[in-house]
Design a protein around this ligand. Structure first.
Ligand SMILES: Nc1ncnc2c1ncn2[C@@H]1O[C@H](COP(=O)(O)OP(=O)(O)OP(=O)(O)O)[C@@H](O)[C@H]1O
Ligand SMILES: [Mg+2]
Length: 336
């Protein structure tokens, strides 16, 4: 049993009940560390509409992968989920049993885990690895070959690739194979954790185009985890920005790019190189904080260009500041 969410008043979070396929409410993950508790995911809330593409960006260690794993209840000790609820397709899946949760993974919510192309089984052919997933979900063996032959072209691979071993494939092809495994049961939600970060820019683009096609054809919603803001700008409908385990801004991508509100988001956007504006590259001063020893108040305050007194003392709540825009910052006025 999970503890109830610490703050139940997430009525201010984005909700669109008819089209909502996933809702995360007050999700929290902690790691027990000898030097103290590490809160890797802190009270995260958002919802995802059917067919929507949501990006999750943030520095390394900000909790993106941990959050993704928590949605699927795949956090392993010393980590634990210690608060929050997750709803999928209108059903509260927070307290599902192990077997029910196993069935939901892949079939309902599928994940392309971070670094997955390097964790394909080296001694199994690609087709066998897809068949494993189908078998796990009780697809009769007689259907496997046809399903695999139909699946591979959907991710831009020839059906013959079913007989190849991972070492015979390029990085882009391996990533496509991972996407094929993720979509083999036609999930409603695909969580892709940095699916292109190990690929060169040309292949990156091709793989993203494939992911976009697959997503459109299936009508699935996608959560794209990454820190490439340029890629996000091209792919997602909305973007969530994470900092030290919290979602500090969530808004439609056009709003974020043209009018970022949180100083951390502003810094992320202004660190993007621009062809028009030839100026020295701007970085974000300082380092991401240690999660077990977070600054008081707003965790970003020691690095923030706009810091003022209140930021050092009080942690800003996530508040709605405009239509579809949620921000956790003392500088930003909430909607009345
Ligand atoms: N097994 C673990 N034991 C202890 N702490 C962990 C463990 N896994 C993750 N953490 C903590 O959770 C934090 C968030 O990690 P996570 O992998 O979710 O970050 P991320 O945003 O996905 O980073 P990246 O961009 O590098 O993938 C880490 O900074 C670390 O403090
Ligand atoms: Mg990660």
């Amino acid at each position: 049993m999970m503890a109830p969410t610490r703050r139940e008043d997430h009525a201010t979070q984005p909700q669109s009940p008819s089209a909502e396929v996933l809702r995360v409410q007050g999700l929290r993950v902690a790691f027990d560390h000898p030097l103290g508790l590490v809160r890797a995911v802190d009270d995260i809330a958002f919802s995802l509409r059917a067919g929507e593409r949501l990006g999750l960006a943030g520095e390394s260690g900000s909790g993106k992968s941990t959050m993704a794993l928590a949605i699927l209840r795949m956090i392993k000790p010393p980590g634990r989920i210690d608060g929050g609820r997750v709803f999928f397709d209108g059903q509260d899946i927070t307290d599902l049993g192990i077997e029910e949760m196993r069935r939901l993974r892949l079939a309902g919510i599928a994940m392309v885990p971070q670094g997955s192309m390097n964790s394909l089984n080296p001694v199994l052919r690609i087709g066998e690895q897809i068949a494993d997933a189908l078998r796990d979900h009780d697809v009769p063996g007689a259907e496997h070959a046809a399903r695999i032959a139909e699946l591979l072209p959907q991710v831009g691979l020839k059906p013959e690739i079913a007989r190849a071993y991972p070492h015979e494939l390029s990085g882009g092809m391996k990533q496509r194979a991972c996407i094929a495994i993720a979509i083999c049961l036609k999930p409603k939600v695909i969580i892709a954790d940095e699916p292109t970060s190990a690929l060169d820019v040309v292949v990156q683009r091709q793989v993203m185009q494939t992911l976009a096609e697959v997503q459109r054809n299936l009508g699935a919603a996608v959560i794209l985890v990454g820190h490439d803001m340029g890629l996000m700008a091209q792919f997602v409908d909305r973007l969530g920005v994470m900092y030290a385990g919290r979602l500090v801004e969530l808004a439609p991508i056009a709003d974020i790019i043209t009018r970022p509100r949180h100083p951390y988001t502003k810094a992320l956007i202004s660190s993007l190189p621009s062809l028009e504006r030839r100026a020295p590259m701007l970085g974000i001063p300082g380092l991401a904080p240690l999660l077990r020893d977070l600054p008081t108040g707003c965790a970003f305050h020691p690095r923030c260009a706009e810091v003022f007194d209140r930021c050092r003392g009080a942690k800003p709540e996530v508040r709605q500041v405009a239509d579809e825009v949620w921000v956790a910052c003392h500088l930003v006025e909430a909607l009345p």
